[in-house]
Ligand binder design. Structure first.
Ligand SMILES: *Cc1c(COP(=O)(O)O)cnc(C)c1O
Length: 359
């Protein structure tokens, strides 16, 4: 059976090597006679999987020892709530940089928990760009500054982050975690739903500086308190065991390729292939994002008319390309090219884009 050319925004392609390994271990994981789904989360084999996933992520992102790595449920969307619940102290303000639909949602949830406001926004320009760093000035009473490092829907990405902040930087990295090396020490807290770059849906990674956990209040519901998960190696209640196992396999795959730096190199090549075709098309394809804000993960573009866009998408679908429809708020097309999308599939797409344009 042919595999699809998968450009879905998420959930999306997983590395073929990961799917094959999971298939091989499906009926009998490592001599246990069980699928990982069938074993206790308190068993030795599962504890090993959990620990390996944790230490591999630490290795790949070079996470310092004074940070906790948590595996939670509820998606990035629950982090929109948990971040202010744990970090937004009374009398302080959660500061949000709006760069797209997901940061708007994060702000909306924070306002339900405490005081939150906009620190900078590019909404007026239909989120074509990331704001300049000097336009972002968190106020004196800030509890943290929240950014969304990659804007999945609009196809923009931060290529540098605010420096010398006096408050912790909190980042939603759901759609670009592990697409390149990062300096974790610049962040107070990072969160990411796994289903774009790390594995299947059902698991969310949180990387949090240990001293920030002191802000959590005992009155928080147990499951919504970061300390609960930090103190129990993310095994306070039954975790999504299969998702953690698949996360581990994806991290092993990333490690075998050479880690975050190697992934960045491939991701840059993949993105350049599509952006070059857009730039060389003489206006046949129009990129949504401004050049200096272009995302390595989500390439958003339109054709000159709705008819042309529809024809492009219909023909692409016939040729086996999946997930190229843009989000309804931007329209047009979006090619999501996360870590697991092979460069060969991107080459096939660009070949099709050229061929369609020529015709
Ligand atoms: C997909 C996405 C989310 C939502 O993630 P869920 O796991 O569905 O809650 C949040 N933020 C960003 C940047 C995303 O790309």
């Amino acid at each position: 059976m042919e595999r699809a050319f998968n450009f879905n925004a998420g959930p999306t392609a997983l590395p073929e090597a990961v799917l094959k390994k999971a298939e091989k271990e499906w009926m009998n994981y490592n001599g246990t006679g069980m699928n990982v789904m069938e074993m206790s989360h308190r068993s030795k084999p599962f504890e090993e999987i959990n620990n390996q996933a944790n230490s591999l992520l630490r290795k790949l992102l070079n996470i310092p020892d004074d940070y906790e790595v948590l595996f939670l449920q509820g998606g990035a969307s629950l982090q929109f709530t948990m971040v202010p619940m744990n970090l937004l102290e009374e009398g302080k303000t959660g500061q949000y940089v709006l760069t797209g639909a997901w940061s708007e949602k994060a702000l909306k949830e924070a306002k339900k928990i405490g005081h939150a406001e906009v620190a900078a926004s590019t909404k007026d320009g239909n989120y074509k760009a990331i704001p300049s760093l000097d336009s972002i000035q968190p106020s004196k009473d800030a509890a943290y500054l929240h950014i969304t490092t990659n804007n999945t829907i609009f196809g923009t990405q931060w290529h540098s982050t605010p420096e010398n902040l006096e408050v912790p930087l909190v980042a939603d990295m759901s759609s670009d975690i592990l697409c390149r090396p990062i300096d974790v020490s610049k962040f107070g807290l990072i969160y990411a739903g796994a289903q774009k770059n790390l594995g299947p849906s059902g698991i969310t990674v949180v990387i949090v500086k240990k001293d920030l956990l002191e802000r959590s209040k005992d009155s928080l519901p147990t499951m919504l308190d970061y300390r609960t998960h930090a103190n129990n190696s993310s095994l306070y209640n039954t975790p999504p065991t299969l998702a953690i196992y698949l996360l581990k396999l994806v991290l092993e795959w990333a490690d075998s390729l050479g880690g975050a730096a190697a992934l960045e190199k491939i991701n840059r090549e993949k993105a350049a292939l599509i952006y070059n075709e857009i730039d060389e098309s003489g206006g046949f394809y129009n990129g949504h994002a401004e050049k200096d804000s272009r995302s390595l993960m989500n390439v958003t573009f339109t054709l000159n008319s709705q008819e042309a866009t529809d024809a492009f998408l219909a023909e692409a679908k016939e040729r086996g390309f999946t997930g190229l429809n843009g989000h309804r708020s931007v329209g047009g097309c979006r090619a999501s090219i996360y870590n697991a999308v092979p460069i060969e599939h991107v080459e096939k797409l660009v070949q099709f884009m050229k061929e369609f344009r020529t015709r």
